[in-house]
Design a protein around this ligand. Structure first.
Ligand code: FEO
Length: 165
């Protein structure tokens, strides 16, 4: 194995964290669907798929390094959202938490002089900058909408954030 036991365990934990993000966003997608906001629902479905990709990329890295992957239990994601703003705020909070997780992994890699893992994690460090920025922008837009009608109008333009970002 080319990474330390401690690093392998920490990366394995991050596989779980990214799958939990997948789970969380998928639930957000279903919640938006129930609210009748289909574009927001699509947005979070796409976000969920990205998170699945993040999880699998780390799992592949562990295997490439000769470590094993062990899938861990996922908690039940929050589902009782009361408003669009509450969902989007929770998404931003979630990305801030993931950023802290990634930073802790990057610190461990540096501490261990594990240059391969440090380099691998750069993708995630950069990704988190974009994800927090996009989630913040989306929250700002949702906060400006004080009616369902305005949220529906906002739906006409939010997917553009994905292509602009
Ligand atoms: Fe994989 Fe949105 O962090």
């Amino acid at each position: 194995m080319m990474v330390s036991k401690k690093m392998a365990a920490a990366l394995n934990e991050q596989v779980k964290n990214e799958f939990f993000a997948y789970w969380t966003y998928l639930q957000m997608s279903y919640s938006f669907n129930s609210m009748g906001l289909s574009v927001f629902s699509k947005w979070y479905n796409e976000q969920a798929m990205e998170e699945q990709g993040h999880a699998m990329k780390i799992a592949d890295y562990l295997l490439d390094q000769g470590a094993e992957v062990e899938l861990l239990s996922l908690d039940k994601p929050k589902a009782d959202y009361k408003s669009a703003e509450e969902v989007v705020q929770a998404a931003l909070d979630h990305e801030i938490m993931v950023t802290q997780q990634i930073n802790a992994l990057a610190s461990l890699a540096r501490e261990e002089h594990d240059y391969a893992t440090e380099n691998f994690l750069q993708y995630y460090v950069q990704e988190q900058v974009e994800e927090v920025a996009t989630a913040t922008e989306l929250l700002d837009l949702v906060k400006m909408s004080d009616s369902t009608g305005q949220l529906l109008m906002l739906e006409n333009r939010i997917m553009a954030l994905r292509t602009e970002g």
